[in-house]
Design a protein around this ligand. Structure first.
Ligand SMILES: NC(=O)c1ccc[n+]([C@@H]2O[C@H](COP(=O)([O-])OP(=O)(O)OC[C@H]3O[C@@H](n4cnc5c(N)ncnc54)[C@H](OP(=O)(O)O)[C@@H]3O)[C@@H](O)[C@H]2O)c1
Length: 243
């Protein structure tokens, strides 16, 4: 797909990895829907940064744990820009959940945000993409979806499910829409991580460094511009899975 003039919605695009993905797609000429939930000011900054470089963007609010809000957001994007070509499901929750302490609320938060929301976003985006005869969906996963992290069981299961969802959606939405997943390794540590924890992440990779949001964003651009890949999960983790 040629991205210039196409419309891309990136969830969780106000900051961190999602922001880099939005900026990279905008740099290829795509019009960007910048989704946010709580980071309204950062979303406005992402929009301003895209506009300062000559691009077009607009911020859209939704709590992705509410299916009705996902549906409303997709409708608002279609109303604002007239079409939707690319959906990047990047928004996610990530926090430590030792097995004994996992509550039903934790389980629902992880599964609703990281798995159910990407499904419903795809469900509401697909008719718009099919109407145009083409579309791309990129799910941002985690290497934990392949090899679960200790003490992050619901998160790991949600990301494992995202790999399965990617394959099932690719099959369901073929041949017009390609659906792929990136299973990424450590890129931006959570803000509360100590230097020792960050050092542990660095040492866990073969590359002996964290990835960058720009490296993830380049892979998203690749998956949007390539038409033959579908149902694939590409691991970009500095070799952590095989270390
Ligand atoms: N960072 C890493 O090193 C790393 C490693 C492996 C995989 N990943 C994956 O890469 C993606 C991006 O990572 P990240 O670290 O940039 O993510 P993040 O900072 O943990 O979260 C991204 C955004 O998700 C949004 N979000 C959370 N719950 C939401 C909800 N209920 N409704 C709407 N939005 C919600 C938040 O938006 P607001 O701020 O607007 O509330 C947040 O800014 C995620 O899918 C993550 O699992 C990241």
């Amino acid at each position: 797909m040629e991205l210039s003039g196409k419309v891309a919605l990136v969830t969780g695009a106000a900051r961190r990895v999602g922001e880099s993905i939005a900026l990279a797609l905008a740099a290829r000429g795509a019009v960007i829907g910048v989704h946010y939930r709580t980071s309204a000011q950062q979303a406005r900054q992402t929009v301003a940064e895209i506009e300062a470089k000559g691009g077009t963007a607009q911020a859209f609010h939704a709590d992705l744990q509410q299916v009705g809000e996902i549906e409303a957001m997709i409708s608002e994007v279609a109303a604002a820009f007239g079409r939707l070509d690319v959906l990047v499901n990047s928004a996610s929750v990530f926090y430590r959940t030792p097995f004994e302490n996992v509550t039903e609320r934790d389980w629902d938060t992880f599964l609703d945000t990281n798995l159910k929301a990407p499904f419903f976003a795809a469900k509401f985006a697909a008719p718009l993409m099919r109407r145009q005869g083409a579309g791309k969906i990129v799910n941002i996963g985690d290497s934990a979806g392949v090899k679960p992290y200790n003490n992050y069981l619901p998160y790991s299961v949600s990301k494992c499910g995202l790999i399965g969802l990617t394959e099932a959606l690719a099959k369901t939405l073929a041949p017009e829409i390609q659906v792929n997943c990136l299973a990424i390794g450590p890129v931006l540590a959570p803000p509360q991580y100590t230097p020792a924890q960050i050092d542990g992440l660095v040492r866990s990779t073969l590359n002996k460094r964290l990835g960058t949001p720009e490296e993830v964003a380049r892979a998203v651009v690749f998956l949007c511009e390539t038409d033959f890949a579908t149902g694939a999960t590409i691991v970009i983790d500095g070799g952590r899975l095989i270390a």
